[in-house]
Structures are given as structure tokens and as C-alpha cells.
Design a protein around this ligand. Structure first.
Ligand SMILES: [Zn+2]
Ligand SMILES: [Zn+2]
Length: 171
């Protein structure tokens, strides 16, 4: 009688296997066969991202490729994040737009300052071509400081620390 695995001659009380190695090998092979037999075949399914049919390897296999898997993960993470802390989606320039009143007036008679009118010609051309200048609402009144006035309200102190308006001569 020979070993059922390696067909080597059996010795003494050996009945099936010549050695421990052959017995273990047989055991693992049988286990593999049993596993294959009990395996439930997984039918092809559609990818949850790109909706293309594919053959899944495992039961919990829902994406056809690594690319789709990454897309799915990103989308899922985004969903979790939004569910955790819903927040306003800020579009570019939104923060500035909110500060500008909607009912702005326009005019066509620009006033030029003699010291800073480098773009005078361009502005006049813009008006000539039908352009209109947006009139911003009048600026808030200048504030005078309420603290750190060493000598009280003397003019030098106020001009030094408070808002000053440029008194340019107009043409
Ligand atoms: Zn053997
Ligand atoms: Zn896919």
C-alpha cells in the first residue's frame, strides 16, 4: 500500500499517509474543495457609480473598478460631512455682494480731481460710449475717538487720530 498523496511506500502502522506533511496537505485540499462546494455564486450586478454590469468577487462588492470605488467614497464622505454639519455654500464674491445695496444710482457727470485723474480720458470715453458711473451711497460720518485723548478735544488731536477727508480742489 502506498501514500494516497505522494505514492511513497507506507511503513509500520501507517494506513493512508506516509508523513504528517501529506496528511496536512490532504486536509487543506479537502477544506478548499468543501469551501468551493458551499460557495454561493454571486450574479453579475450593475456598478452603483457608472451603472455598467460587472462580475463581483465578493458579496459586498458594488463598484466595478477602483476609479468608481474612489468616486463613491468621495461622494459618501461628502454626504456624511454635510449631514454632520450642514453649512451654507459660499459662492465667490457673495460676501462682497451682500454689502452693496441693490438700488444703486448711476450718473454720467464725473467730477475730476486735479491731483489724481490719470484715467480721465478713459473715463470720458467710457461715458461717451454710453457707460454710466455707479453712485455709491454716501460714506458714514467720520468717527471721533472716545479713548486715548490726552488733552481733551483739541483739533490737532482729532485730526491725528480721527477720520480725515481729503479736500481736493475740483475742476
Ligand atoms: Zn506521502
Ligand atoms: Zn463603475
Amino acid at each position: 500500500m502506498d501514500c494516497v498523496i505522494c505514492t511513497r511506500e507506507l511503513k509500520g502502522y501507517q494506513k493512508k499517509f506516509c508523513s504528517n506533511t501529506c496528511e496536512v496537505f490532504n486536509k487543506t485540499e479537502l477544506a478548499k474543495k468543501r469551501k468551493l462546494k458551499n460557495k454561493i455564486p454571486i450574479l453579475p450586478r450593475n456598478c452603483i457609480v457608472c451603472n455598467i454590469s460587472f462580475a463581483p468577487i465578493r458579496a459586498g462588492h458594488f463598484c466595478c473598478s477602483l476609479k468608481c470605488r474612489k468616486t463613491f467614497n468621495i461622494e459618501r464622505e461628502r454626504g456624511v460631512r454635510h449631514a454632520r454639519a450642514p453649512r451654507r455654500i459660499i459662492k465667490p464674491m457673495d460676501c462682497f455682494r451682500s454689502e452693496i445695496p441693490e438700488n444703486l444710482e448711476t450718473h454720467k457727470s464725473p467730477v475730476f480731481n486735479s491731483s489724481c485723474s490719470e484715467n480721465k480720458n478713459q473715463i470720458l470715453e467710457f461715458i461717451k460710449n454710453g457707460g454710466e458711473i455707479t453712485k455709491f451711497p454716501s460714506a458714514p460720518a467720520g468717527k471721533t475717538p472716545e479713548v486715548n485723548s490726552a488733552y481733551g478735544w483739541i483739533p490737532d488731536e482729532l485730526f491725528g487720530s480721527a477720520l480725515m477727508y481729503e479736500m481736493g480742489d475740483e475742476e
